[in-house]
Design a protein around this ligand. Structure first.
Ligand SMILES: O=C(O)C(=O)C[C@]1(C(=O)O)C=C[C@@H](O)C=C1
Length: 360
């Protein structure tokens, strides 16, 4: 390519950039108008509207016929919406900190970077920050494709009045991180219990006799490994950058498709989008056929169940509660009918939230 060609193409790029910038500014001004319209309707409106954001992102994917993958375009539009939201009012999101956790990555993936964040110390604290209004939303891990349900999160749902407003899928790739580059000098590994479980086979094969110490989060593990000689942490690459650690081994998770599903906690009910999910908490009477009748309510109403998980009720020994995810929205007639039928036969049915299904 001649120098002239390059100059000419760059001039075209400058031209396109000018148009993009003008259009983004135009969009941000429209978002300000939306804010005024919302204030005219309500005194304290919600500026974050997941149902509208899901609709915009689905349109982006539908329109896409170009060279950029759907995920790339989605990320760009998520950042644009994040910036437009911040023009209206910056939202505050709590997550399981410190900086560098997978939860923080999930927060930015979903809300973009134009937000304020609170790094909470535990999953319970994330719920608490939202409950007392320090944060408008919270992001917590709920299940992992290798290890199953995150019990601390499920247990918090028993007591909370918060709603699930959204879900986030995040592929998880673990690394072994340390100050040293010499793996043989490591005598202790820090990690979150879920990360130890997701890397069990790798650890047993590669570091069988090294002490394993469970901490509250992966980033906390990385922070400790950056302060203590002879220690390593299991965490992601973001934590390696933040805590200036070497990656001794990458991709140490036992399953290549290792993915964690996070949920967004909030106080608002989300309108239906046509592609939704509903999360329920159920307490079944301890009698014959209970589970059979539960399944029957969904099958009869042609509702697909995407998850069922049981946890001890913590009220009585050997008494269990169920966490169920179904396709559809509580406003869909089939879903509300199934829930009414369930209520007629189970002790407790708590609607944890209906929200847009993640794009998979
Ligand atoms: O449509 C709205 O309600 C808006 O506030 C605009 C907008 C956007 O940027 O498109 C911004 C924030 C909402 O979460 C959804 C969409």
């Amino acid at each position: 390519m001649s120098k002239l060609d390059l100059t000419a193409i760059r001039a075209k790029i400058d031209d396109v950039d000018t148009q993009i910038q003008t259009l983004i500014t135009q969009r941000a001004n429209l978002a300000k108008e939306v804010a005024q319209a919302k204030y005219a309707e309500e005194k304290q409106p919600n500026f974050y509207r997941p149902e509208r954001e899901a609709e915009i992102l689905r349109q982006v994917i539908q329109r896409n016929q170009g060279v950029l993958p759907d995920e790339t375009l989605t990320l760009i539009f998520q950042e644009i919406m994040s910036a437009c939201r911040a023009v209206q009012k910056p939202i505050v999101v709590a997550f399981l900190g410190p900086a560098g956790t997978y939860s923080q990555t999930a927060v930015f993936k979903h809300f973009g970077h134009s937000i304020q964040t609170i790094a909470a110390q535990t999953i319970e604290d994330v719920f608490h920050e939202v409950e007392i209004g320090n944060a408008e939303y919270g992001v917590v891990p709920i299940e992992n494709s290798t290890e199953g349900g995150v019990n601390q999160t499920l247990d918090c749902f028993v007591k909370t009045t918060l709603k699930v407003c959204g879900e986030i899928d995040l592929p998880i790739h673990h690394c072994l991180l340390a100050m040293t580059q010499d793996r043989s000098s490591i005598t202790r590994i820090y990690a979150h219990q879920q990360s130890f479980a997701q890397c069990r086979a790798w650890l047993n094969a590669n570091m069988p006799s090294i002490e394993r110490i469970t901490v509250n989060s992966n980033a906390e593990a990385a922070r400790r490994a950056s302060n203590e000689i002879g220690t390593a942490a299991i965490a992601g690459e973001t934590a390696a950058e933040i805590y200036h650690l070497h990656v001794l081994s990458a991709h140490i998770e036992d399953h290549v498709h290792n993915t964690t599903r996070f949920v967004v906690l909030g106080k608002q009910d989300i309108p239906a989008t046509g592609q939704d999910k509903t999360s329920l908490y159920l307490s079944l009477p301890n009698k014959m056929g209970s589970l059979y009748h539960l399944l029957e309510c969904f099958v009869k109403n042609a509702i697909n169940m995407s998850k069922i998980e049981s946890r001890p009720s913590r009220q009585t020994a050997w008494d269990y509660v169920l966490f169920v995810d179904i396709e559809g929205h509580i406003q869909d007639t089939t879903v509300s009918k199934a829930i009414q039928e369930l209520q007629a036969q189970t002790a407790v049915v708590k609607h944890l939230g209906s929200y847009p299904r993640v794009l998979r």
